[in-house]
Structures are given as structure tokens and as C-alpha cells.
Design a protein around this ligand. Structure first.
Ligand SMILES: Nc1nc2c(ncn2[C@@H]2O[C@H](COP(=O)(O)OP(=O)(O)OP(=O)(O)O)[C@@H](O)[C@H]2O)c(=O)[nH]1
Ligand SMILES: [Mg+2]
Length: 443
């Protein structure tokens, strides 16, 4: 990969003079996660993750807004990027990384990660990311690549909605000027809601008949019917409650629609990434920020910074607000780097890392835990220090960690040690973010 290949887009940018940092603090954003946070129920979520330990984040949006650029910047996987709609037809699947301070800093050791990465005492923990075809109005009825797009999203636990905040892409993904990106936020939610509604409605007669004959409960029937959408009993219970329905299956069409909307909000929470912030004149961002929790993002800059880091031109850590130039650079490169520095100074980061961290930690409420064998040296059996960092839902216990390491370790669990305090902890002890734990198991 060559830094010279950085797109000339960067040099066309009009550097506006606004100085205010537009980033919304994370705490403020996470306080506004509406339904999902409101209905976050530790017990139910844990039960679900005990059965399904996978996690997936979907990248969605209309065509040509920068979904594949965002995906490439996150994963450095190959994905085609071009300035026309429907560049992506088959979904791209890759691995992105959430960033947390590594436990090696707290314990003052040099780590040797195996399932994750550690760079300058930051641990990057892998997360499955999927980049799908662009969505156009009517997708739930199969328009554009509608059904395909929606099918690819079935297993996603959270969605990152990429919008073109500069308003230079119309609803079909064609280049234009003056499009209101606020419309895209409404349209995408609406399409996914309608997709959910069509699935619920299609199955409803069958469900109604079974429940009426007293065979099963609404909850059980719905969760069987919707499990292919990554929906579990937890999501359904809260969607029923939020819609103020009962388990009596006398739901009208209107009830079904409201239920589908709440179910979507609870089971596929959406983070909005205001991409192409470099082309926005701040007007759109400032306006939409009043009503939505949106993150300013420049995927192009993140991708270019990662490529430059790969090529040894700069030292850059994804999520940082700065980088160090390591080599002599040409005038062209210098110009591009100055552009990127301006983005970092103005917005605090390129926003790409923030979106994934927000999805995994603030919305899906995960914590990072490090299992080790030796409580003093923090090693596994092969001498690797802090080898694994696992993402687990908040509220996970010592026994959950044991099972995550290996079913056998879970079955033979007799206790665990908190490596910070060296105190013994029991099976139901709740783990905290950043804990390093040694599991004791029968031989
Ligand atoms: N200025 C600027 N351009 C960007 C940014 N991100 C992406 N682009 C450009 O936007 C165009 C579309 O990018 P893609 O990543 O292919 O968009 P997509 O949403 O995957 O498109 P489809 O697969 O067709 O739906 C390309 O020309 C990118 O170079 C950004 O942050 N800033
Ligand atoms: Mg694409």
C-alpha cells in the first residue's frame, strides 16, 4: 500500500474557519440511547449471550455514502470503493477492532497478545463487521438490492448508519448538491422498520392460530419465528411492553406495526456516522446534532492515515487525535497530512474508531476481560503474558468467563482469582471492565 495513492479529494477541500469542537462527549451520547438503554436488562442479555457468544456490527446506509471506505478503514480488508451507487453488491465481511487501555499498563508488564493486538499499551479487540449493499427507498419490497441488503443484516447486533453529512449524494446515491442528510436518517429507520413489519405480519396468522389453540405463548412463537433476525426473547419481551400490548394475540395491524418498530429499536440499535465531514460546511452537522446523536466522521482520512502508518511514513494509532511523521515526505504527502491533521484537531479524531467503540461499549454494553493461568506472571501455559482479551456483556461472572475460555474449564470450575487483589472469587462474582482473572479448575 502506498501513501501516494491518497485520494486527491483531500486537496479539494475548502478549509473552513470554524473552531469549535463538534464532537459530542461520549457520556452525553450514551445517555441518549433511548429504548435500547432503557430496556437493557442484564439478566436477559446475559442469558442470550451465554447461548450465542458471537457479536456482529453492520454498516448500513444508502448507496455511495462511504460505507465501504468506512469498512476498509476499520478492517483494512479489501473492499471496492468508487464514486457511483451499488459499488458493493456482495457484503464484505471483516474484522474491526475496539480500542481500550491494555491491562499491561495497569500491571506494568510487557504483554504478548494472541487473540487481539496491543499497540503502545492500547488493546485492540476483534469484532466482526459487515459492509452491505446500499439501501434505497422501497428496499423492504425488494427495490434496489433491497432483500439482499436486509438479509445480510439479519445477524447484526448493532448498526452503524453511514450518512453523507455534506449533502452531496441524493437518495439514490447519485452525486448532487444540497440533499438533506436528515431525510436519510428517517428513511433508513423507516425501511428497516417496514422490513421488520413485513416479517412479523407474514408470520402473524400462523402465530395467532397456534396461540389461540393454546399450544404456545406469543413470546415463544414470536421468538421462534424471528430468531433468524438475531432477535431473542429479551428483545420481544421489551418490545411487547413498550408497545403496551399483552400476550393476548388480538393485535391489530397498527399494533403489529408499532411492535415491529419497537422491536427494531431494541434489537438493532443504530449509531449515526456523519461521514464526509470534510466536505460539510458544518451547517448540516450542527443542525442535525440538535436532534440526533451523530458522530463526525472522515473515513477517507482514517483510511489514508492507516495506509500511511502501514507504509512507515507516519506513526498513527486508530482513534488517536494525532500522528507522528517518521520520514521525509513529498510536498503532495505533506499537504495530505496537513489536511488530516486539521481533521484530527478539529474533531478530536477521524471518528471511525469512536463509532465502533460506541457500538460495542456504550450501546451493546460489553466489557473486556483477560483470562490467564498464572495469577502472578499473568501468563497462559505457554508463557504468553495477557494473551487473550475477551469481550463479554456487562454483568458476566467468573463462571461465564470459564465457559468462554473452554467448556471443559467451565465444567471443572472450582473458583477464580482476581489477579489485582489476589483474592479468591466465586462462580457468581461479577467481573469488571479490565479485570485479569485466573480460573481454577479441577484436573
Ligand atoms: N471526501 C470524502 N469522500 C469520501 C469519504 N468516505 C468515502 N468517500 C468517497 O465516497 C465515494 C463512495 O465511497 P464508497 O465507500 O464506495 O461508498 P459505499 O457507501 O460503499 O457505496 P456503495 O457500495 O455503492 O453503496 C468514494 O468516491 C469515496 O472515495 C470521506 O470521509 N470524505
Ligand atoms: Mg460499498
Amino acid at each position: 500500500m502506498n501513501f501516494n495513492s491518497i485520494k486527491t479529494t483531500f486537496r479539494k477541500v475548502d478549509h473552513h474557519s470554524g473552531t469549535g469542537v463538534l464532537r459530542t462527549p461520549n457520556a452525553q451520547i450514551s445517555a441518549r440511547w433511548g429504548l435500547y438503554s432503557l430496556y437493557y436488562d442484564k439478566k436477559l442479555v446475559l442469558n442470550y449471550y451465554r447461548k450465542n457468544s458471537k457479536m456482529e456490527v453492520g454498516i448500513v446506509g444508502k448507496p455511495n455514502v462511504g460505507k465501504s471506505t468506512f469498512f476498509k478503514a476499520l478492517t483494512l480488508a479489501d473492499a471496492e470503493v468508487a464514486n457511483y451507487p451499488f459499488t458493493t453488491i456482495n457484503a464484505n465481511i471483516g474484522v474491526g477492532y475496539v480500542r481500550v487501555p491494555c491491562a499491561c499498563a495497569k500491571f506494568n508488564v510487557n504483554c504478548s497478545p494472541k487473540n487481539s493486538l496491543c499497540v503502545s499499551k492500547n488493546r485492540y479487540v476483534p469484532v466482526k463487521v459487515i459492509d452491505v449493499a446500499g439501501l434505497v427507498p422501497g428496499a423492504h419490497e425488494g427495490r434496489g438490492l433491497g432483500n439482499k441488503f436486509l438479509d445480510d443484516l439479519r445477524q447484526a447486533d448493532a448498526l452503524i448508519h453511514i450518512i453523507d453529512i455534506s449533502g452531496r449524494t441524493d437518495e439514490k446515491g447519485e452525486p448532487c448538491s444540497g440533499h438533506d442528510p436528515g431525510e436519510d436518517i428517517k428513511f433508513l429507520e423507516n425501511e428497516i422498520d417496514l422490513w421488520f413489519f413485513s416479517i412479523v405480519k407474514r408470520n402473524w396468522n400462523k402465530i395467532y392460530t397456534k396461540v389461540r389453540h393454546g399450544k404456545h405463548s406469543v413470546l415463544k412463537e414470536l421468538s421462534e419465528n424471528l430468531s433468524g433476525l438475531g432477535i431473542n426473547e429479551h428483545h420481544i419481551t421489551y418490545a411487547i411492553r413498550e408497545t403496551e400490548l399483552t400476550e393476548e394475540p388480538d393485535w391489530s395491524d397498527e399494533d403489529l406495526k408499532n411492535f415491529a418498530i419497537n422491536l427494531r429499536k431494541i434489537s438493532k440499535p443504530i449509531i449515526i456516522a456523519a461521514n464526509k465531514i470534510d466536505l460539510d460546511n458544518e451547517k448540516n452537522f450542527r443542525r442535525l446534532k440538535e436532534n440526533y446523536s451523530i458522530i463526525p466522521v472522515c473515513s477517507e482520512a482514517e483510511l489514508a492515515l492507516k495506509k500511511a502508518d502501514d507504509a512507515g511514513v507516519i506513526e498513527y494509532l486508530p482513534g488517536d487525535n494525532n500522528f507522528k511523521i517518521l520520514k521525509e515526505v513529498s510536498d503532495k504527502q505533506k499537504h495530505a497530512l496537513e489536511f488530516m491533521k486539521n481533521i484530527l484537531v478539529k474533531f478530536g479524531s477521524t471518528g471511525v474508531q469512536d463509532c465502533l467503540n460506541l457500538a460495542v461499549f456504550d450501546v451493546l454494553k460489553m466489557i473486556v476481560v483477560y483470562p490467564v493461568e498464572d495469577e502472578h506472571k499473568l501468563m497462559d501455559g505457554k508463557g504468553n503474558v495477557l494473551p487473550d482479551a475477551f469481550l463479554m456483556p456487562e454483568g458476566s461472572t467468573a463462571i461465564d468467563l470459564a465457559y468462554k475460555v473452554h467448556t471443559d474449564i467451565g465444567d471443572k470450575f472450582i473458583g477464580a482469582i482476581d489477579c489485582k487483589t489476589h483474592m479468591k472469587i466465586g462462580r457468581d462474582h461479577e467481573l469488571n471492565n479490565g479485570d485479569v482473572v485466573s480460573i481454577l479448575a479441577r484436573r
